[in-house]
Design a protein around this ligand. Sequence first.
Ligand SMILES: *[C@@H]1O[C@H](CO)[C@@H](O)[C@H](O)[C@H]1NC(C)=O
Ligand SMILES: *[C@@H]1O[C@H](CO)[C@@H](O)[C@H](O)[C@H]1NC(C)=O
Ligand SMILES: *[C@@H]1O[C@H](CO)[C@@H](O)[C@H](O)[C@H]1NC(C)=O
Length: 271
Amino acid sequence: MLHRQTKDTVRATLGSLLQKKQPLLILLAVLLPAGTIAEEIIGGHEAQPHSHPYMALVELTLNGTEEQCGGFLVEEDIVLTAAHCWGSPMSVILGAHDIVLQENTQQEIPVKKAIRHPDHNNVPQSNDIMILQLNTKAKLTAAVGLLPLPGESDHVRPGQVCSVAGWGWISENNQTSKLHEVDLTVQEDIQCESRYLNYNRTIQLCVGDPQKKMCTFKGDSGGPLVCKNVAQGIISYGNTIGTPPRVSTKISSFLPWIKKTIKGLQLEESP
Ligand SMILES: *[C@@H]1O[C@H](CO)[C@@H](O)[C@H](O)[C@H]1NC(C)=O
Ligand SMILES: *[C@@H]1O[C@H](CO)[C@@H](O)[C@H](O)[C@H]1NC(C)=O
Ligand SMILES: *[C@@H]1O[C@H](CO)[C@@H](O)[C@H](O)[C@H]1NC(C)=O
């Protein structure tokens, strides 16, 4: 990791070079190790407010500490997220753009039941998927909507460009309260197999071009990888310095479990 002091030195150097009107991009490539400037690290930008109406901010308490993750609404009372985002209690905020504000589009709903995949494992991370049943149904509005799951034969291919959004860190030491988004390219599995010892191509997707400084980071976990308007992945893990490619849970491998579990929850509801 690059520490603040080094970073300030780099900025000062950049500043003096910029005054001499040197080409910035080449200098950045030469001076900076991967992922060191705010915004550059995920290469994203602030989303148009409410352009991802399925996005849920998942708030959880773990051992007395409050944490947050992303998630997405798939039915009026069902949010999907990553299993490693489990905590107790949990709640979700739907319809948010700036999470430090009390926006009138926001709906905060407590989680009634959190079901982690029975084979979820934290170290190494696998089967990182969790279904949240909400206490009450969300009201669908212009700012709150559903994201479809893929069909059985709907597969993503390497080279396909998908989008992610999140309220996670936008650099190694900078957080944001506004939803950010970035387009990412699905990679060949080998790209993650060569970097992550326990990457499993049957149940995971490798996302983010290693040549570009664009990726998800801390706090984005649980959010969806959206390809052709369906949820194909759930943001799961990556390295600690915030560079691509990173690993998402492959939703298409879990469709039977998702459907069976949601049906079970709905049956419990009916008298
Ligand atoms: C939370 O507390 C439990 C025991 O109370 C401990 O085993 C676990 O490691 C703690 N988790 C974290 C993330 O601190
Ligand atoms: C954090 O990001 C915001 C928004 O991009 C920016 O205005 C601010 O200067 C950044 N702060 C640091 C410490 O990099
Ligand atoms: C990858 O995941 C599949 C499906 O869960 C599992 O059957 C297989 O054993 C896993 N592979 C490894 C190497 O763990």
